[in-house]
Design a protein around this ligand. Structure first.
Ligand code: GLN
Length: 281
């Protein structure tokens, strides 16, 4: 006698139950993994819930659920994360783009006229999220994005390629080092700014992300000090630097920028109300 085939709806319920103990959003996680395995939209998951799932898909879903139960980030399991409406590939070689980083893009775009053909640098680009979002919105600008990790740059180049964004050039090296003698209108960065002893490194997604992309030394400000010290010489007169930073670092970052000779320093809050992006001229 044949056992009745497992339906997509059954598999989703089972996955949700299995994730309930480890995730605050078990249903959402289960749906995201099932969408990935079945190549389906969220709406299709619902309309197809009484369809049977083949064993290969069921096994893949169960394997992914087991990884998620072990804490692995959803974005690494599906290999993708949306940022600024761009579907970016991500791997454990790169930080998973965060929604609050869209504020950095928004502030940078506010400083670049729509048809500008200026030069923009993105330091420590990781998946390329910031550089690609700006390049996409300002197609006449030329963006140079740097990263010290060859594996991260491979992900970023791959993203530029599959998104068809041609006005970004990726260069290997530390912060501003690969920029050569070039001058820029805008320099942006979401550098590592988490304190080395911050307990949130031991929780959730950051446990699986590259430490070099998260940790900015003992006080979290090492990379920001380094960038602030070198950026002025790479900016055209009147050019802007925009940096993401931790919710409690606005005053410290403002002082670092002022000491480095920047003026018109202003801080912007993210949607959660935290001071998150600083800009200076
Ligand atoms: N916002 C990230 C976090 O809190 C940190 C990102 C970064 O260091 N640039 O996990």
């Amino acid at each position: 006698m044949q056992t009745p085939a497992l339906t997509l709806g059954d598999a989703l319920r089972e996955a949700t139950q299995s994730l309930a103990a480890v995730s605050p959003t078990p249903r959402l996680d289960a749906e995201t993994l099932a969408m990935h395995v079945c190549g389906a939209t969220r709406a299709a998951l619902i309309t197809r819930s009484s369809e049977s799932l083949d064993t290969e898909q069921y096994d893949r879903l169960r394997r992914l659920v087991a990884h998620r139960r072990a804490g692995e980030p959803l974005a690494y399991l599906t290999g993708t994360r949306e940022f600024w409406s761009l579907a970016l590939n991500v791997t454990p070689a790169v930080l998973i783009p965060r929604p609050e980083t869209e504020l950095l893009v928004e502030c940078a775009l506010a400083r670049i006229p729509r048809d500008a053909d200026g030069a923009v640098a993105d330091l420590g680009t990781g998946s390329g999220a910031i550089a690609l979002a700006i390049a996409h919105e300002r197609p006449h600008c030329r963006v140079i994005a740097t990263d010290t990790s060859p594996a991260a740059l491979a992900v970023a180049r791959d993203n530029a390629h599959h998104l068809g964004i041609g006005n970004v050039e990726f260069r290997l090296g530390d912060w501003l080092a690969p920029l050569g003698g070039k001058q820029f209108d805008i320099i942006v960065s979401n550098p590592p700014y988490v304190r080395a002893d911050d307990p949130h490194l031991q929780e959730g997604d950051p446990r699986f992300e590259p430490k070099a992309a998260l940790v900015g030394g003992l006080d979290g400000l090492d990379a920001i000090r380094h960038i602030a010290a070198d950026a002025r010489a790479r900016l055209r007169s009147g050019g802007w630097i925009l940096l993401e930073h931790g919710y409690d670092q606005a005053d410290a970052v403002a002082k670092i920028l002022a000491d480095a000779g920047f003026c018109d320093i202003e801080c912007h809050r993210d949607l959660a109300g935290n001071a998150r992006v600083i800009e200076a001229r």
